[in-house]
Design a protein around this ligand. Structure first.
Ligand SMILES: [Zn+2]
Length: 509
């Protein structure tokens, strides 16, 4: 994701600074002196003031979701959702827990719960549904939850599912839209799920919306047909494991087109859905999509969702989000001058760093944002040479926006998880430092190992994993090198302590 701001609990001044720094820093920062060694460790940025929000949820529920099947009717004018979600389950212990805990925000009403088509009992406690498991329940069980209501703003971004009926200007209204923004833990603000990033599942979404609108989601389009008069039912399905925060629903009166991108594994469908008034701008700004995918394939390996598509969808949000196969871009990105193509690249890079290899839990979110931010710099290096890389890294150094960095930064256990520029900029700098120490060839091998290993691909990883994998590619003690920034034990933290003055001399060539 790139930061979406403003946040209601922040000052207007800080908000403006954050938004500007996140979006346009590269364009405004002067070139550093040529003699500056770009791998030099900056003075570490530190944590932003805390935002009070729920603690991350532990992944200790005693069940694993294999598949979600959502069948939802969305009324943009009423701001309502109604339908059912079926969860297909496995049980690591061989039997289900006595009580199945599923997340669902309190404003949404549950109409019925069934376990393998038999009614079962339900208790509600805050944002948890506690569902009684019947005797004899076994792996492959399907739990169905019928529900309805008006999703409310939720979580770090006051998001979840947002219904917007206003235009973006009185003269040229966009019309009604629905969007979801669930990172880090607001998916359950609009659908019942086990809202934890480490539990990935395949997903099918049947979305019934007014027939003047188009509903877009993850994976492959498998059906699009009239429903009752005035409504349309569109079905999307992904066979790739997907974290709940990466499941998206985007509804608007879109202009749409498709392209094909020849990648190493064959042609990949590219889909584009934008507000009609922005189509010309989007066609220009998104023109490098295929080149960027090719660049990332060369850098780290095959596009991970090649059996489905790479989609980009405009939404009424002030940032962008790496929804799996369905990247969502705020209108601010589509200016028609290519100014924010780094953000197009950023969200695309998340398909390897975040979507394919997902944080085991939210304290590891820098593994998403650090890599995606560093990929922006690598793209500029690819396009412009070393000057592009230096300019980008300087632009995200703390010297450019010292007001954001106060106190001591915790990279791998940030407070708050989001929004927090620290995990982007310091994360990218840790990787940049690691590259300087490893050398380019070993760093590329490390990247390809990080996303390509079956231990992590289509699964999840931790900061401790990163330290270990870096060590496997280093001719020096990577754990010691990273220790000032990333201590793997007893709990992963990255502190702003003084670093070694330089990476090993031999690695700088
Ligand atoms: Zn991001």
């Amino acid at each position: 994701m790139v930061l979406r701001l403003p946040h209601p609990r922040r000052s207007a001044t800080l908000l403006a600074t954050l938004a500007t720094a996140a979006a346009v820093a590269a364009a405004q920062v002067p070139e550093p002196p040529p003699e500056a060694a770009y791998w030099e460790r900056p003075v570490w940025p530190a944590a932003l003031p805390a935002v009070v929000e729920p603690a991350p949820r532990a992944d200790d529920r005693g069940y694993d979701v294999l598949h979600y099947d959502l069948d939802l009717r969305l009324d943009p004018t009423a701001g309502s959702v109604a339908g059912s979600v079926e969860l297909t389950l496995a049980f690591p212990a061989g039997r289900p827990p006595d009580t199945l805990v599923v997340d669902l925000d309190e404003p949404l009403a549950v109409d019925a719960v069934g376990w393998d088509q038999s009614p079962t009992t339900l208790a509600r406690a805050g944002e948890e549904l506690r569902i009684a498991a019947p005797a004899g329940a076994a792996a492959g069980a399907v739990v169905r939850i019928d529900y309805h209501g008006h999703p409310q703003r939720h979580g770090a971004y006051s998001a979840g599912m947002l219904f917007r009926v206003q235009g973006d200007s009185p003269q040229v209204p966009i019309g009604p839209t629905v969007l979801t923004m669930s990172e880090p833990w607001s998916a359950h603000a609009w659908w019942p799920c086990k809202d934890h990033p480490a539990d990935k599942a395949t997903v099918r979404l049947a979305l019934t919306v007014p027939d003047s609108l188009t509903a877009v989601s993850n994976g492959r389009l498998v059906a699009d047909e009239p429903a009752e008069p005035g409504w349309r039912r569109t079905v999307w399905e992904t066979g790739y494991p997907t974290s709940t925060y990466l499941v998206a629903v985007l509804v608007a009166g879109y202009a749409a087109w498709e392209e094909s991108c020849d990648l190493a594994g064959g042609p990949l469908p590219l889909t584009f859905h934008v507000f009609p008034r922005h189509e010309a701008a989007a066609r220009f700004d998104l023109a490098p999509t295929c080149d960027m995918l090719g660049f990332l394939e060369d850098l780290v390996g095959p596009y991970p969702f090649a059996d489905e598509r790479y989609g980009q969808v405009e939404f009424k949000w002030g940032g962008a989000m790496e929804h799996q196969t369905c990247t969502s871009l705020g209108s601010v990105v589509l200016r028609g001058d290519g100014r924010f193509r780094n953000l197009v690249l950023h969200e695309m890079a998340h398909h390897w760093f975040g979507d394919l290899v997902t944080p085991a839990d939210w304290p590891d979110i820098w593994l998403n944002e650090g890599f995606a931010t560093y990929c922006e710099a690598l793209w500029l290096e690819h396009e412009e040479g070393p000057a592009g890389l230096r300019r980008r890294m300087a632009s995200i150094g703390p010297g450019q926006h010292p007001s954001l960095f106060e106190g001591e930064g915790l990279l791998a256990d940030p407070e708050p998880v989001l929004p927090n520029l620290l995990v982007y900029h310091k994360g990218a700098w840790v990787l940049h430092m690691l590259r300087g120490a490893l050398g380019d060839d070993a760093f590329r091998a490390f990247l390809r190992d990080w996303v390509g290993s079956p231990q992590r691909a289509y699964a999840h990883a931790t900061t401790a994993d990163l330290v270990r994998v870096a060590g496997e590619h280093a001719a020096f003690d990577a754990a010691a090198f990273l220790d000032p920034g990333c201590t793997p034990t007893p709990s992963p933290t990255c502190r702003g302590r003084p670093a070694p003055s330089r990476p090993p001399t031999a690695a700088r060539a």
